[in-house]
Design a binder for this molecule. Structure first.
Ligand code: HEC
Ligand code: HEC
Length: 259
């Protein structure tokens, strides 16, 4: 935007420039995504501006230098997250009234895998999975892998919050029952990527209990394509009853720390 070239062509380029400034994030999204760059480029060249290409290559050079890339990818994630915020909260803190768990505190690899599962109907398609079925169409708002990556990275940057207890579980009792879980979810429920086990610390107790019930009932983790869910489903069967589920949830949450 600062070159002499721009200044001398100011009048001719005025509308294009303001377009580029106004939609800067879309522009960089275009550079990051092969799917987006083509329609954007063709839209610009159809305006008949000869200098469009120098604008594009200048921006490409900046992006190659790496200076603005993370910022712009974060803003794409932030943009995609706007719709998620209506249920999961503006900081990913969750919303019990909307049955939506906290997302803040979860790692990108797990978030992305769940989003992909929702999209593919591997999660949230069982007729008794009423909450999963609310989430499923939302995953469809993320057009491709780049969009899932961007939103997962954005969520990973949100501040963690220790959940408020709602079920009155007994953490001391839950400790013993959690022993088996630590092999995959970590001693402090911080997650273990090698075992495919997500962090559980920050998840609200009502969500933890609901997932354990869903796994037990074959509502989640029963689809043969759900490889990780099928690792978890038999584990849920080791938890004898709802009271133990609540105790485990209380123990898990005792490790949660707010940022
Ligand atoms: C209409 C409300 C709603 C909106 C909007 C929504 N979600 Fe959800 N989401 C839910 C509910 C409800 C669940 C819990 C499903 C369950 O209980 O199995 C959920 C679950 C999830 C999970 C699984 C969490 C876990 O720990 O396994 C992820 C990831 C997720 N949502 C991400 C998103 C993203 C990203 C967006 C935006 C693109 C989004 N959600 C938009 C309602 C919503
Ligand atoms: C053999 C490894 C393993 C063990 C042991 C295990 N889990 Fe899991 N668990 C997993 C995996 C893998 C997933 C993720 C499934 C997926 O990606 O869809 C998971 C998912 C979960 C979830 C859902 C998290 C979310 O965000 O939706 C909960 C809750 C959970 N486990 C609780 C437990 C509890 C409680 C125990 C102990 C009784 C336990 N797990 C034992 C592997 C394990």
């Amino acid at each position: 935007m600062k070159s002499d070239n721009d200044l001398s062509n100011r009048t001719a380029d005025e509308s294009l420039c303001s377009l580029l400034v106004g939609f800067n994030f879309l522009f960089f999204l275009g550079l990051l995504s092969a799917l987006l760059i083509l329609p954007l480029k063709s839209a610009f060249s159809s305006s008949g501006q000869a200098d469009t290409h120098s604008e594009v290559s200048e921006a490409e050079t900046q992006a190659d230098a790496g200076a603005s890339e993370p910022i712009e990818s974060a803003s794409a994630g932030k943009q995609a997250y706007q719709i998620c915020a209506t249920c999961h909260g503006s900081e990913g803190e969750g919303n019990a009234a909307l049955n939506s768990p906290a997302l803040a505190g979860q790692e990108p690899w797990y978030l992305k895998r769940q989003l992909q599962k929702f999209k593919d109907g591997i999660r949230g398609s069982h007729p008794e999975d009423i909450y999963g079925m609310q989430m499923r169409p939302m995953s469809m708002t993320l057009a491709d892998e780049a969009a899932m990556d961007a939103v997962a990275e954005y969520i990973a940057g949100l501040p963690k919050k220790a959940p408020v207890a709602t079920l009155g579980g007994d953490a001391a009792k839950g400790k013993g029952a959690y022993m088996l879980c630590q092999a995959c979810h970590g001693a402090n429920a911080e997650g273990n990527k090698m075992m495919n086990g997500p962090a559980l610390q920050h998840l609200p107790d009502w969500y933890i209990v609901r997932q354990l019930k869903n796994y037990k009932a074959g509502i989640r983790g029963a689809d043969p394509r759900d490889i990780e869910g099928m690792q978890m489903a038999p584990m849920s069967k080791t938890v004898p009853d709802e009271a133990t589920m609540k105790d485990i949830a209380a123990y898990i949450n005792s490790h949660a720390v707010s940022d």
